[in-house]
Ligand binder design. Structure first.
Ligand code: SF4
Ligand code: SF4
Length: 466
């Protein structure tokens, strides 16, 4: 049995002014009896470090809203109130709750739970309009995902053969293509262009520690990244390949920005990269309307890995109006199904990014047809960044981020990925799927709200699909 892949989390708080849904406040009438330190299993209440006779400020970031401390305080000294900034952060896609979840995941690397249950709606747009079929969760013989059962989250990037050809003596004639294995179906995409070198190096180090990769503009790959090059995917225009031979020689994956011109030159470009080193080529395509046609042409021209990039809310770019733009779930399904129709799907690796905001978006994207996903914004949110969508996108990096020790930044990213990996294992275990690659395109194991809505009420309200 192969060694289990595990990401090791470690509690790593950041001294930041987080936004909280509720704020736990301790009133003047507190008698410092310490009962709240015992009743809060999440350790939101601690005694002061300088003077342990007095209680420290409650750490609201780790609070799971169970209200136990409020009920059990003998003096009624604790209060919970709605955080002032909570409703302003994020917007229509990046809901305020997502920030709190990502902050907690980066803080302790655990799958978040809430003590107050879920009171929100059970459907929404995009990934929120699909559910995974977790019927295997009730299988009585199941011995748990952390027990003897082995669940593999690894994925393979590269061109695969549709079929094998043998000669009359049974010798294999087909040439097996090179592939790159990653133990988790997530790579990083550099999340902003104004990152300090320290933060960029920390992200690359975190990627290396968990054996995944990070896509970075080739111009940003300075000498500081020398030892990390195997975990970095240099991104460049096909016209700049000659200038960056030294970097491409050591890389195992190279990302080339799509242009119409590239489509005609693709075999020559791939050949050129192969001659420099051993890197496999990823073609990075913006998720414009009808991107499936471009992806299909690329696949037929020999592209081995195609990365479709949507906007930060997982929407098509350059769409006519925001209300008409497709969301990531529908973009992935359209691209996947086009390649299935073309009978070429199994030969190509598809990566999707943009709007992958929560752990559950990874298996959902894979069920829609992705081989793996790339994440960007959650990396910054893990480091305390705030994003506001209205009236226009505004990303605020925490003050002093560039001075935070590298080990803190690295561990918070590792924690985030540890929590996402655990959640992926939970979903796969509950679905009875033992290999992440088997999730790909398994729409039969997902439930889509639009489909059941149409089946149930379509005839009644004439909503049937044409
Ligand atoms: S239980 Fe109440 S009185 Fe006791 S330390 Fe906590 S807040 Fe203060
Ligand atoms: S509400 Fe629950 S989780 Fe939050 S601080 Fe109180 S006891 Fe801890």
């Amino acid at each position: 049995m192969p060694k289990k892949y595990h990401i090791h989390p470690k509690v790593m708080p950041l001294d930041l002014d987080y936004v909280s849904k509720f704020k736990v406040e301790r009133g003047e009438n507190c008698i410092n009896c310490g009962k709240c330190t015992k009743v809060c299993i999440y350790e939101a209440h601690k005694r002061g470090q300088i003077d342990p006779r007095k209680m420290a400020e409650p750490n609201t970031v780790v609070c799971r809203n169970c209200f136990r401390c409020i009920q059990e305080c003998p003096r009624g000294a604790l209060e919970k109130s709605l955080g002032k900034d909570f409703l302003n952060i994020g917007g229509h896609y990046w809901h305020p709750d997502m920030f709190i979840t990502l902050w907690k995941q980066a803080e302790d690397g655990k799958v978040p739970v809430t003590g107050a249950g879920y009171r929100g709606p059970f459907t929404g747009t995009g990934f929120d309009s699909m559910w995974t079929d977790m019927s295997e969760i009730v299988r009585p013989t199941r011995d748990g995902i952390h027990g003897r059962e082995y669940i593999s989250t690894s994925v393979e990037l590269g061109r695969k053969l549709n079929h094998l050809v043998f000669d009359a003596d049974g010798r294999l004639l087909s040439k097996i293509h090179d592939t790159v294995d990653l133990p988790i179906p997530i790579i990083f995409d550099i999340p902003a262009d104004n990152l300090s070198p320290n933060v960029a190096v920390s992200l690359a180090k975190a990627a290396a520690k968990i054996n995944t990769c990070i896509i970075m503009p080739v111009a940003d790959i300075t000498a500081d990244f020398k030892t990390l090059i195997k975990s970095i995917i240099p991104c460049l225009s096909h016209k700049d390949i000659d200038q960056h031979e030294a970097i491409l020689k050591k890389a195992q994956l190279v990302a080339i920005e799509y242009t119409d011109e590239l489509l005609n030159d693709l075999p020559a470009v791939k050949e050129k990269i192969k001659k420099i080193g051993k890197a496999l080529t990823i073609i990075r395509v913006p998720a414009v309307p009808d991107v499936e046609t471009t992806v299909s042409k690329l696949a037929h021209s020999g592209a081995e890995i195609i990365h479709v990039v949507a906007d930060y809310c997982g929407m098509e770019v350059n769409g006519p109006t925001s209300s008409n733009r497709r969301l990531m779930k529908d973009i992935i399904r359209a691209v996947h199904l086009r390649l299935v129709e073309d009978r070429i799907r199994d030969e190509v690796t598809l990566i999707f990014s943009g709007g992958i905001a929560m752990a559950e978006h990874v298996p959902k994207a894979m069920l829609c047809g992705a081989d793996l996903t790339a994440i960007d914004m959650p990396l910054l949110i893990a480091l305390g960044a705030r994003l506001y969508e209205e009236p226009e996108k505004l990303l605020i990096l925490p003050e002093g981020l560039e001075k935070i020790p590298l080990r803190v930044v690295i561990q918070r990213i590792i924690n985030l990925m540890g929590a996402w990996h655990s959640q992926l294992l939970e979903v796969m275990g509950a679905m009875g799927i033992r290999e992440a690659r088997r999730l790909r395109g398994e729409t039969g194991r997902a439930i889509f709200f639009d489909d059941i809505d149409n089946e149930t009420f379509g005839k009644l309200f004439k909503k049937e699909k044409q």
